[in-house]
Write a protein that binds this ligand. Structure first.
Ligand code: AMP
Length: 169
């Protein structure tokens, strides 16, 4: 946003669908609650819609997508069809203990979406957003048990993308 790019988070798009109670949201909900990946077909449908409406044409930062090889291949097709390509893929290496600490301690403003952390970035007043006064809450899938499951799934299905992007240009 600061650099004039569009920002898209598939996790946020999915949570919005769940909150709106759409058919896609109802299908996705159970996967989100368990910390499992939503099936590729569902995520691709949602991202395909986003591409049509908002689109990556003027630059875009994609957060949480792609998360599987099939999603990465489809993204390359979509971008190729528009004469676009990925310029940079960021790889943040983090061990499980740190991931659990960062995510299980995360608190999110239910009004403006700002993120806090119980220890490393606490709000000035307990449970209240510094920016808008909204209530801070823990995401349902941020409990320690679910974070550990998400980490395991990341290792199995998402980490292979590191070599996918390491060999592309
Ligand atoms: P996030 O907000 O990126 O942490 O995503 C939250 C949850 O949404 C994940 O644990 C998955 O259940 C689901 N999700 C988000 N992005 C994807 C994706 N690209 N593929 C499959 N599931 C996803």
């Amino acid at each position: 946003i600061e650099f004039g790019f569009n920002h898209v988070s598939t996790g946020q798009l999915l949570r919005d669908e769940v909150a709106k109670g759409t058919e896609l949201g109802c299908c996705a909900r159970v996967f989100l609650e368990r910390g499992a990946l939503v099936p590729d077909g569902t995520v691709l449908e949602l991202m395909g819609r986003w591409m049509e409406v908002a689109g990556p044409d003027n630059g875009c930062l994609s957060d949480g997508f792609p998360r599987t090889l099939a999603q990465a291949v489809e993204l390359d097709h979509w971008l190729g069809a528009r004469g676009l390509k990925i310029d940079i893929a960021f790889y943040f290496h983090c061990d499980e203990a740190l991931v659990v600490d960062r995510i299980a301690g995360r608190r999110v403003c239910s009004k403006c979406g700002r993120n806090f952390h119980l220890q490393s970035m606490p709000s000035k007043s307990d449970g209240v957003c510094d920016d808008c006064g909204g209530t801070l809450a823990q995401r349902e899938d941020d409990s320690e048990a679910v974070v550990r499951r998400r980490f395991q799934i990341y290792t199995e299905l998402t980490e292979p993308l590191v070599s996918y992007y390491a060999h592309w240009d």
